[in-house]
Design a protein around this ligand. Structure first.
Ligand code: UD1
Length: 427
């Protein structure tokens, strides 16, 4: 297994191209199940999770064609064609490797009339139940059975009747599944307290491009009007706001000056506000953002929340940056119950972080030092890379398959701006 070797201390300077958003791509790909016509997605990031999802799609008889495989390019164009579904079963072996597989439940139900999907099980950052996914589908008239670790969803004869669902908790995944099930229902479906994340807007925009009729896009009350069928489309995946935010933290922790080409500042305002409150200079234009830092960083208090609040996916990376701020910062994690697993590893690099329940108190500034570290999830791994860029000496980050799930060619992008980072085979 590969590891990353990072020798900290280089000031990052230059341009990093921002890739297509992983979390958007993982909900756009299953939309191919909703039509017999081809769906072409542009700007798909080259990531292990995307490859895994493409593989999952073949399970249902979907053909995938990758265009323009020039290895030096970031992103790629892939056409998915589900002219005939050969199965509506997502087996345990495929689902357990990737939680996002649950997102096939809604579209398979809508197109095939039934879907059997293995339950994803627990995961490193908390229990992550799927009850709201199932309740939303039930509210639209689906029958749900749970047997032997599988969810079986069925629509009544003649199709999904439609209905209303009010989410008791904002859920990104459940909103996505509900939307993909609702678009082919017989009657209107309404979602209240739906998630408003930019990735949900991206999903709605694709569904509209495929012929769906959706009102309230980008708000928490979404109405989906019935249409008989959806057609194919060509669609460009939105830029990855979490990748952009991560590189902004990397630039800031090195006192750097980095352009994030393709980042959309309006979709990551909570992150840019946090950076600005710390004293990081953020300049936005139509094609990207410039991150510049000079002087010391100020401590701040942050609380993760559903969009437009601060993304839970940015918590770990900002925590690394706050280790360099002058004073105490308080970070509250409200989305997941167990998302501070980077703290012990950051502490091994010299961080001063105390946790109590879902609150972390970061005291800075500290001199970070290189160490051998590993993390248990994607964003936690990135927080270690960010800390390593500012640490004295060499850091070895192990288990980088987490990073390969979500950051397209991380080491190449960081090398572009002058980081001393290399990928080597683990011994
Ligand atoms: C969440 C994040 C998303 C992030 C992703 C990966 C939020 C609102 N969502 O999305 O931004 O990209 O993790 O880190 O920040 N819940 C239930 N029952 C369900 C579904 C969810 O109780 O059926 C709860 C969860 O336990 C959690 C909250 O709802 O406390 C939000 O979860 P949800 O948005 O569904 O998680 P993801 O879709 O994985």
């Amino acid at each position: 297994m590969d590891k990353l070797i990072i020798r900290g201390g280089n000031r990052l300077s230059g341009t990093i191209p921002i890739s297509g958003a992983k979390n958007a791509a993982l909900t756009l790909i299953p939309c191919a199940l909703l039509t017999e016509e081809p769906l072409t997605l542009r700007n798909l990031p080259r990531l292990a999770d995307i490859d895994g999802f493409q593989h999952l799609m073949t399970q249902f008889g979907v053909s995938t064609e990758i265009h323009g495989k020039r290895p030096e390019e970031f992103g790629r164009v892939v056409t998915f064609e589900a002219s005939r579904l050969t199965s509506s079963i997502a087996p345990y072996d495929l689902v357990r490797k990737m939680r996002a597989s649950i997102l096939v439940l809604g579209p398979l139900l809508a197109r095939a009339g039934e879907a059997t999907v293995s339950m994803p099980g627990g995961c490193a950052i908390g229990n992550r139940p799927i009850d709201l996914h199932l309740k939303a589908l039930e509210a639209f008239g689906a029958q749900i059975e749970l047997t032997q670790g599988y969810v079986k969803a069925m629509q009544p004869d003649g199709g999904l009747p439609g209905g209303d669902f009010d989410f008791p908790v904002v859920s990104v995944g459940a909103t996505e599944n509900a939307l993909m099930a609702a678009v082919l229902a017989n009657d209107t479906c309404r979602l209240f307290n739906a998630a408003r994340e930019p990735e949900i807007v991206d999903l709605c925009n694709l569904l509209v491009a495929m012929g769906a009729e959706i009102e309230g896009i980008g708000t928490s009350d979404i109405t989906i009007h019935p249409v008989k069928r959806l057609h194919g489309a060509t669609y460009r995946v939105m830029p990855d706001r979490i990748e952009a935010g991560s590189y902004a933290c990397a630039a800031a922790i090195t006192g750097g000056d980095v352009r994030l080409e393709g980042a959309r500042a309006d979709e990551m305002q909570a992150t840019t506000r946090a950076l600005q409150s710390m004293g990081v200079h953020v300049e936005e234009d139509a094609k990207g953002m410039q991150i510049t830092t000079n002087g010391s960083l100020k401590p701040i208090d942050l609380t993760t929340a559903p969009y437009p609040g601060l993304a839970t996916d940015m918590q770990a990376q900002l925590m690394s940056l706050l280790c360099k701020a002058e004073g105490k910062s308080v970070l509250k994690e409200t989305i997941f119950e167990n998302r501070f697993m980077h703290v012990p590893e950051l502490s091994r690099m010299g961080a001063d972080i105390a946790t109590e329940g879902r609150t972390a108190i970061v005291t800075g500034p500290v001199d970070l030092t290189g160490a051998e570290v590993m993390a248990t999830d994607l964003r936690a791994s990135m927080s270690l890379v960010i800390a390593a860029l500012a640490a004295e000496g060499e850091t070895q980050v192990r288990r980088i398959y987490h990073l390969d799930r979500g950051y397209e060619r991380l080491e190449e992008k960081l090398q572009l701006v002058g980081a001393d980072i290399e990928r080597v085979g683990d011994d």
